[in-house]
Design a protein around this ligand. Structure first.
Ligand code: G6P
Length: 748
């Protein structure tokens, strides 16, 4: 049976039951009213005839006449007069004989006399031959004394007739009601089902549903999306690849091109001293992660054109196609004046925000002129973005602490844009963040984003706490979202990663060959043991602590002296900043001191290579080493750790990893250390050097499986899928147009 019909049948049955119950209640009530009415009439009649009754009480014939007077009402069957001794004094002819005085008296006061003070009328229903009668006994008082009582008997058949009529009406009324309710239910159910299916159809067609349907449809949509995501994961074996990312983009975002804004460009054209232009791949975790994503997605990367030959390599608008030889996306270079670079990049970004966000004990410096440049450069990039988009609702990925103001500036220029911002470094707690003179502006700027991503939940929490503390806003903790000036920003963790398999491995020789070539380069004996560190020369990386741990190792393990060397590839970074210059000198001095202590003959304990190294060289070193030590004092993620794992397809080599990196949360098979604790760190280095090959393999295999699965395509894919979901919601709520461009061309 169809549900609506089932409901109607249940409704009819329910109403039938209700009719029966109602008729019982109504009958009982009306019967009680009738009986009460008859008793009152009898009392009135007897009281009216009281004088005549008293006067004739002793003479039967006169008394009967007085009784006959009382029976003129057609409903009164008969009357009788009874004495206090319950003996009959007189009765009319119609009076039912079975109703003796004794029976009436016994009904009320069995076996008792009738004391004057207790006298009052009483009534009852009796069965007599021919049906039921109602008898009322009314006392007759003479002076103060009762002399007996008069019984008036009413015919009940008229009451029964009325009851039957009432019952009939009741049944008819309720029956009609039941029928009307059932028909109305069926019609309403049909109409709302039709409305519901129409709304679902509108939703599927991408139209806006009516407001009353939105809560239901939101749930339906979530469910469908979850199922689709699960199916997608099942169908593709769970691994994210460039192709899958591309498919995701075309399936969820109609193949839209993305625009990435990051300060650092993926390819830098530098003119060397010999006049030759070389292409440099900068040392930047951000570039490592995003470049493969851009190759997969196409679109435009807007960046600072920082290379000395960058302008010549680009067209007059600062654009060029990259990567060289495999052109798949546009690099749009934005030019900065030396003052802008000083204030925006070196100043506020790297002397202010960088130390503010990292717990590495370097004081942030906040200068108002740096802030002015920071604002100007963010504005400049916002204008560049405006020029690069090809629709009024583009997807823009804003990267890192250089562009905290950009999300809001983009929103002002393109109110319907989907802005995904990713903060690649830690976000400090609010006590720490509160020292920034422009904390409110920075928070407000970031809250122009549709989605704001961090590596870890703890950084999301810190950000939300900061907003809570410093801004007027609404925080939706269930959704992890902030609503500020009517704009929603979802705050989510998206731990970043690297491409898998790494593209650099294509050109890097097998492990044994790498080991041989690196050992030869470094002048190491074939049985030497080698540790490697790869970083920008940055105080957050704990390079000094790393060298001190090597020193402690050599102090504690004399057998490793002359045998174990640690090579540090240190790319000079932000060299215009005094703190970085100081670090450069300190690291060189520490390396020299350790070497002085332990080196002998051709042996060097620490080999410090302060220079930029291109990725193939870095990968050769990863492959040559017995261990890699990542000793960051504080790091959002640290992709060196993941690159080392990607390089080791021989499943050998040990990763020693600082607790204070985001990577340590994922790479639990690494030897985890506190880089400040030199005893612990040096013991971990020794353990790494002594680790049996089987154990190395087990650990490396597990970490490789994890990085393979949680690769950078997944990172980008998850953000884009979330963005797509958001866009669908916004489109449904009317913020975006229904029609998105199928193909796009870059604005001139
Ligand atoms: C960190 C930052 C990146 C930056 C990289 C290199 O990883 O999060 O945004 O690109 O350092 O620093 P640099 O100043 O040379 O770009």
């Amino acid at each position: 049976m169809r549900p609506a019909l089932r409901f109607a049948v249940a409704l009819v049955l329910g109403l039938a039951l209700l009719t029966w119950a109602a008729s019982v209640v109504v009958m009982r009530t009306t019967r009680a009213w009738f009986e009460r009415d008859m008793q009152l009439r009898a009392e009135l009649a007897v009281s009216g005839a009281r004088e005549a009754l008293v006067a004739h009480w002793g003479r039967e014939s006169d008394l009967r006449r007085a009784l006959v007077e009382l029976t003129h009402d057609e409903r009164v069957l008969g009357a009788a007069a009874c004495g206090t001794d319950l003996g009959l004094r007189a009765r009319t002819i119609e009076y039912p004989a079975p109703l003796s005085c004794g029976r009436l008296g016994a009904d009320v006061r069995p076996g008792e006399d009738f004391p004057a003070e207790a006298w009052r009328a009483w009534s009852s229903v009796f069965s007599v031959p021919g049906g039921q009668v109602h008898a009322t006994a009314v006392p007759v008082i003479s002076g103060e004394q009762p002399i007996g009582f008069v019984v008036l008997v009413h015919d009940l058949s008229f009451v029964e007739r009325r009851e039957a009529t009432t019952r009939r009406f009741l049944v008819m009324a309720f029956g009609f009601l039941a029928l009307a309710a059932a028909v109305t239910t069926l019609i309403a159910a049909r109409l709302s089902w039709r409305g519901w299916s129409n709304e679902l159809r509108r939703l599927i067609r991408g139209e806006r549903p009516r407001p009353e349907f939105r809560p239901f449809l939101r749930d339906v949509r979530d469910l469908v999306e979850r199922l689709a995501a699960e199916r997608e994961a099942d169908g593709l074996g769970g691994l994210w690849t460039p192709q899958r990312l591309k498919n995701t983009l075309s399936r969820h975002l109609h193949g839209e091109r993305v625009v990435i804004v990051a300060h650092r460009e993926p390819y830098v054209h530098e003119r060397a001293s010999d006049g030759q232009v070389t292409l440099v791949h900068p040392a930047s975790g951000l570039v490592t992660a995003l470049e493969p994503v851009m190759r997969a997605c196409s679109g435009t990367w807007v960046a600072h054109g920082s290379g000395s030959a960058d302008a010549e390599a680009a067209d007059k608008n600062g654009r060029l196609l990259v990567p060289p030889g495999e052109e798949s996306y546009v690099l749009r270079r934005v030019w900065l004046s030396p003052e802008e670079e000083k204030g925006f990049y070196y100043g506020l970004s790297n002397e202010g925000l960088w130390p503010l966000c990292h717990i590495a004990h370097t004081r942030p410096v906040f200068r108002s002129e740096d802030w002015r440049h920071y604002q100007e450069v963010n504005r400049k990039f916002a204008d560049a973005v405006r020029q690069e988009v090809d629709s009024d609702d583009p997807i823009i990925l804003v990267q890192d602490y250089h562009f905290a103001l950009l999300p809001r500036m983009i929103r002002e220029r393109l109110p319907r844009a989907t802005v995904i911002t990713f903060w690649h470094i830690p976000w400090p707690n609010s006590e720490r963040f509160g020292i920034c003179p422009w904390r409110d502006e920075i928070l407000t700027g970031l809250l122009g984003s549709s989605i704001l991503g961090f590596h870890a939940q703890v950084h999301c929490n810190n950000f939300i706490d900061g907003v809570d503390r410093f801004l007027e806003s609404r925080i939706d903790r269930e959704q992890n979202a902030v609503v500020h000036q009517g704009q929603w920003t979802l705050v989510r963790p998206y731990p970043i990663s690297i491409e898998w398999p790494s593209g650099w491995l294509r050109d890097v020789p097998p492990v044994a060959q790498c080991r041989a070539s690196v050992f030869a380069e470094l002048g190491l004996a074939p049985d030497a043991l080698l540790g490697v560190g790869v970083d920008r020369l940055d105080y957050t990386k704990g390079i000094e602590e790393r060298m001190l741990a090597v020193e402690r190792l050599l102090e504690r393990s004399p057998s490793l002296r002359g045998r174990f060397s640690f090579v540090q590839l240190a790319a000079p970074s932000r060299t215009a900043i005094p703190e970085y210059q100081k670090l450069n000198e300190t690291v060189a001095a520490v390396a020299a001191r350790i070497n002085q202590r332990f080196s002998s003959g051709g042996y060097r304990a620490v080999i410090l290579k302060r220079a930029h190294h291109e990725p193939p060289t870095v990968f050769r070193y990863y492959r040559a080493a017995d261990l890699c030590y990542v000793s960051s004092l504080h790091d959002g993620m640290n992709l060196v750790a993941k690159e080392f794992i990607a390089a080791r397809d021989d499943e050998q080599g040990v990763l020693v990893l600082s607790h204070f990196t985001g990577a340590a949360r994922e790479l639990t098979e690494a030897l985890s250390v506190n880089p400040y604790d030199l005893d612990e760190a040096s013991a971990a280095l020794v353990a790494a050097l002594l680790m049996p090959r089987d154990e190395q393999r087990d650990r490396m295999r597990a970490m490789r499986a994890l990085v393979a699965e949680f690769n950078v395509y997944r990172w980008a894919g998850r953000m884009l899928v979330d963005a797509a979901r958001l866009r669908r919601r916004e489109r449904l709520s009317g913020r975006l147009s229904r029609h998105l461009p199928d193909s796009a061309s870059f604005a001139e």
